[in-house]
Design a protein. Structure first.
Length: 322
């Protein structure tokens, strides 16, 4: 183990050497070689990276501010994409019935969808890993209660449960405040429907890890249960959780889009991809196909890219499948 207690002139050199060794080990790893070997994975990763960058910079790169109603002009409503007859160069992908730029709506909607999907997956991981470790480590009554509750949750369809949570929230929360709480309600509902898979997977791995020699040695040395779980068990069960989270992110984004499409997700003044698809679907057969086609295509690319990355991670991190 490298000691960082060196004179001021030596310590930075040691740290740079260690960082260089770690970077060299990463570039020479099998994981990176497998990544460059899979062309479809490289394409999926590139799509995800571009989409994430567009989401993070949506407020700067969007051609128009879709939240500024003073810039809307009904004379610009339902304009086709700029390369079609009747299109306007100011609106590359056309406009909707309110005269809002479709490209700007997609960028802002992408940001909302990714935030809701990402936070809901993070909450599902935290809840599922915590309950899974507790269930597998202590066993007995704790294991029975947690796993039976997880089985009960798995028996309820995801869309039905999220619709139920959203419906209850609409009754409890005043209508004028619903728009402010809609993202939190949607995030919590999706998170509550995704933790069970993590808990069941982590439970099985914890039952294997708690019988390892290093865990037994830590227990004999006097370490408490919390220290053993956080220091020894949790770091060794996170690899499959990473794969599941990557796959779950695509599902979470689709779930948010489905709920918004059904009208129980984000309000119209906070456009997500599902909200845009729901609004555009009403005008699909009247000729304004671009209102729904472009947001739907972006949603498909986003979900497919995350699913492809998850499948590759499943193969790359599992020596048997690899």
């Amino acid at each position: 183990m490298i000691n960082d207690n060196f004179p001021p002139a030596v310590a930075p050199v040691r740290r740079r050497t260690r960082m260089a060794q770690q970077w060299r080990a990463f570039t020479d790893s099998d994981l990176l070689w497998l990544f460059w070997r899979s062309k479809s994975t490289v394409v999926a990763f590139t799509c995800c990276l571009i989409i994430l960058l567009c989401s993070l910079t949506s407020h700067w790169i969007a051609p128009h501010n879709v939240f500024d109603t003073t810039t809307f002009d009904l004379m610009d409503s339902e304009l086709p994409p700029s390369w079609m007859s009747g299109g306007d160069a100011r609106f590359w992908l056309g406009t909707d019935v309110q005269g809002r730029d479709i490209l700007s709506l997609m960028l802002y909607g992408l940001n909302i969808s990714l935030i809701i999907g990402g936070i809901s997956v993070l909450l599902s991981v935290l809840l599922g890993v915590a309950l899974g470790v507790l269930s597998g480590y202590f066993g007995g009554l704790v294991d029975t209660v947690i796993m039976r509750f997880a089985d009960a949750m798995l028996s309820i369809p995801t869309i039905m449960f999220t619709l139920l949570v959203s419906g209850v929230a609409r009754v409890v929360i005043p209508k004028e405040l619903m728009g402010h709480f809609a993202p939190a309600i949607l995030t919590g509902a999706i998170a509550l429907t995704g933790w069970m898979q993590y808990a069941r997977t982590v439970r099985g791995l914890t039952m294997l890890e708690k019988g390892r020699e290093y865990v037994m040695a830590s227990r004999i040395s006097g370490a408490n249960h919390l220290h053993i779980m956080l220091r020894h068990i949790v770091p060794n069960v996170l690899r499959p959780v990473l794969v599941m989270a990557t796959l779950h992110l695509g599902v979470a984004i689709l779930t948010e889009a489905t709920l918004s499409f059904l009208g129980v997700g984000m309000p119209p003044d906070q456009p997500s991809l599902g909200t845009l698809i729901n609004e555009g679907n009403q005008y699909l057969f009247s000729g304004q196909w671009w209102i729904v086609a472009f947001p739907a295509a972006l949603l498909v690319i986003l979900s497919l890219s995350f699913n492809m990355l998850g499948d590759w991670l499943l193969d790359a991190l599992n020596p048997k499948l690899r």
